[in-house]
Design a protein. Structure first.
Length: 339
């Protein structure tokens, strides 16, 4: 049986091959744009963009009329990579790890547009014996969206290197299992399930801490990274970007408008999120959640990504070391103060 990580690496390799072999001629400009995202409030800007048709609005203001968007929800970044390979999506909205891996394997054929959010990711356990990263035994399973290559899996590697020594960065890789966040929440909620730990994102972090007996925090991404880390960003192939420059600008402008709405009218933003996702959490609970530390990190600029890239290069996952974050982001973002 082919393991999820092997499938993910194979998909990345195939994307690289197809992009590197592509004709240098410009691709045809598209009017129907397919975009991906994952479950969770991390992706609230995309829900606002869908509901208010912000990409369509900004594309029209740039002189591109008749644009339509199709939003597709995936359980993890690996599935989105497969969709990009198959031509099922044009623009991905997922984690830093997948962006960097695709940028590296395609020799710059995939690049970021703008970041969308950098809320904390939190490693949750319902096992009373696990209080720190050093307490995980060989049989303690940790749910992540995609093993080895998801943002959570790589933050876990960075934490392992800090806890056990630089050469022990992969010590907990064997503990990770691939589960989308809703499935991981269900696993933690089931006392008989073998998965007792989940590297979680909001709102699942707060739902687990509230509803799962014994659930507690082991570590969070700001502790590991020394500050916010962009967990969600839009990225695409340079082939698509070259053929659709006004769509790329419209994505940036639409993202900013969505982020501004979250700050200026958080209640309306939450109501849109609930309508699009079907999340049953009350508006009041979600508003309280967004008042927690780090929960209003809605920024266009990439955050913490160079430390992330340095780890991947040091461990051999990246073959090419970026000199700056602008190496793996399109020029549309280069005026931002990223890191």
């Amino acid at each position: 049986m082919i393991k999820p990580f092997q499938r993910g690496v194979a998909a990345i390799a195939l994307i690289a091959a197809s992009l590197l072999a592509a004709s240098p001629a410009r691709a045809q400009q598209k009017s129907e744009i397919a975009l991906s995202r994952q479950p969770g409030i991390f992706y609230m800007p995309s829900h606002i963009m869908e509901k208010l048709k912000l990409i369509e609005k900004h594309a029209a203001s740039l002189g591109v009329s008749g644009v339509t968007t199709k939003w597709i929800t995936f359980s993890g970044g690996g599935a989105q990579t497969d969709a990009l390979l198959a031509g099922g999506v044009d623009i991905l909205n997922t984690g830093t790890g997948n962006l960097l891996l695709l940028w590296d394997r395609t020799r710059g054929g995939v690049k970021g547009i703008v970041a969308t959010s950098a809320q904390p990711m939190t490693l949750i356990s319902r096992d009373a014996n696990i209080k720190s990263i050093k307490d995980f035994g060989p049989s303690d399973k940790i749910a992540v969206p995609t093993v080895k290559v998801s943002t959570q899996a790589i933050v876990l590697q960075i934490a392992a290197a800090e806890a056990f020594g630089a050469d022990q960065w992969s010590k907990l890789d064997a503990n990770t299992v691939q589960l989308g966040h809703p499935d991981a929440y269900a696993a933690l909620s089931n006392p008989k399930h073998e998965v007792h730990n989940h590297f979680s994102i909001p709102p699942f972090t707060f739902l687990e801490l509230k509803n799962v007996p014994g659930a507690h925090i082991v570590l969070s991404s700001p502790d590991v990274m020394g500050g916010p880390l962009s967990q969600a960003q839009f990225f695409t192939t340079t082939k698509f970007a070259d053929a659709n420059p006004k769509i790329i600008q419209a994505v940036r402008d639409a993202t900013k408008e969505a982020q501004d709405l979250i700050r200026s009218d958080t209640k309306q933003a939450v109501e849109i999120y609930k309508e699009i996702t079907g999340d049953k959490t009350s508006v009041e609970e979600l508003l309280a959640l967004l008042k927690e530390p780090g929960m209003m990190e809605w920024n266009l600029e990439p955050q913490g990504t160079m430390k992330f890239a340095a780890h991947l290069f040091k461990t051999g996952t990246l073959k090419n070391q970026p000199k700056a974050w602008t190496d793996y982001y399109l020029p549309v973002a280069h005026d931002l103060k990223g890191n």
